[in-house]
Design a protein around this ligand. Sequence first.
Ligand code: DX5
Ligand code: ZN
Length: 219
Amino acid sequence: MGIRISPSLLSADFTDLAGEARRVEGADWLHVDVMDNHFVPNLTVGLPVVEALVRGAGTPLDCHLMIEEPDRWAPAYAEAGAGSVTFHVEAAAAPVRLARELRGRGARAGMALRPATPVEPFEDLLPELDMLLVMTVEPGFGGQAFLDVMLPKIRRARALIDRHGLDLWLQVDGGVSMDTVERCAEAGADTFVAGSAVFGADDPGAMVTALREAAAAAR
Ligand code: DX5
Ligand code: ZN
């Protein structure tokens, strides 16, 4: 099974996002956290910055939309050229329709669960998705401590994916570092977002490699 590392630009230097993207060019994806100050109590970047990164970063974008009304706003991120667009199911009015719209616009469709949102009610939706994101912190900020209590949910999500034989990536986001990546991989995650662990490292590129090797060894 493949392991994918997606450094989160939330912890990068916002005055030089293209330069920061180059420091992690060995990464599989670049994770862009879009926050609207409503779904989460923080405000980051939106479509114009994503459009610039599509042009200026050599790595495909993994856009994580922490916004209200994703049914209305998310398709434009796929249209802009993001390779993967993830919406939060708690905010979506029609997640199946939205996932189909994202795929129809050429993006991979991701669906995210806040820590208090269980995976089981969404079992029947999983074939409509390319990625399921299990948040391992409350969304909104980088640098928070990993929530160990999410490990059972990762395991249950993995069991559902395997039971249905789905080609669905299982992503974790929040507090992922050399201290926690193995626990996530053992529980069944295959796609890892890391912000402060990567961009807080002296050598972000080397940290991407180290995270990938640790996850691969633990899977
Ligand atoms: C938090 C964001 C994360 C954040 C992770 O709401 O979704 O992507 O950047 O940051 P770390 O890896 O520092 O927890
Ligand atoms: Zn994120």
